[in-house]
Design a protein around this ligand. Sequence first.
Ligand code: SF4
Length: 147
Amino acid sequence: MADTILRFRPHHLLCMLTYKGNGYSKSFVENFDLLIERMNTSSVTLEICKGPDDICAPRLCDPTDATCHCHDADLLKTDDQALADLGTLPSLENISYGSTIPLTRELIRDLRTAYAKNTIRTACQGCEWKEFCDQIKDDQFQETKLI
Ligand code: SF4
């Protein structure tokens, strides 16, 4: 059976590692839960996209609305930073917008190892959730939803 393709903006490859069921709204969390369940139970390929992705979707009134937060220049810059950091990992050295990446347990493990060393977290620096995610990292990702 073909993999499920999920569109992810680069910094969400970090956010999926620390996700414990918290988020901006009920619909955002419900959608994120659904995506994580798919990632845990079926073959998933991540397609790296620019701008709003499959996680952002419920937060947007209209995916074509260029005024919403998900289109902010700061957030797009955050994605560029995340992409540059992710590209330092041997398994992701050719990552770019448009890349398709099979989501394997090995990749999740490698990402969490790098995240714990703070080597791929430039994108986290200005994030409102940083302290929250720092604690999750310090707790070695206990009770996070992505397995
Ligand atoms: S600090 Fe922000 S950008 Fe970094 S993983 Fe957490 S929610 Fe994502």
